[in-house]
Structures are given as C-alpha cells and as structure tokens.
Ligand binder design. Structure first.
Ligand SMILES: [Zn+2]
Length: 85
C-alpha cells in the first residue's frame, strides 16, 4: 500500500498494515491516520474510558468513544456508522 498523509498530524507515513478497529471506520482510520497518532489515541482512549467509566459492553458507550476518537483523530465528520456495528 502506498503512503498516506495523516489527517491529524499532516505527516506522510506508511499506513498501518491492518485496520486498527473493525468495520468501515477501521478502514477509514487505516487510510487516514498514521500509526503514531493511532498509538497516541490508544493511550488517550484508556484514560477516557477510565475517566468517564465507559463500559465497552454498552453500545451507547462504544458510540461515545467512537465519536471522541473521530474528534481526536480529526476524521471527517458526517461519516455515519451504525450504532452497535
Ligand atoms: Zn499522524
């Protein structure tokens, strides 16, 4: 796969070898976000989950975390994904 320009940090980088999360959003992240920024989100998401007491078994909480992830990673808004997918 050719290199990508990260939407968060603006650097040109090699994309992650696999989508880091499931579904269309995972492919969008792989195509738009560099591995460094994803690693940063992984750290932040751990703190967010602890801070808000999010339960990943709860679809509402997963949805909330996805929205925060899109905001953090600067992914294009308007990308609708199904709750609980
Ligand atoms: Zn980046």
């Amino acid at each position: 796969m050719s290199s990508i320009v990260c939407v968060r940090c603006g650097r040109t980088a090699e994309p992650m070898s696999e989508p880091p999360t499931g579904g269309p959003l995972g492919r969008q992240v792989q195509a738009s976000v560099c591995p460094d920024c994803w690693a940063e989100w992984r750290e932040v998401s751990g703190r967010v989950i602890a801070h808000y007491g999010l339960n990943m078994g709860n679809p509402d909480h997963r949805h909330q975390l996805r929205e925060l992830m899109k905001e953090f990673l600067n992914l294009a808004p308007g990308h609708q994904d199904q709750a609980g997918q």
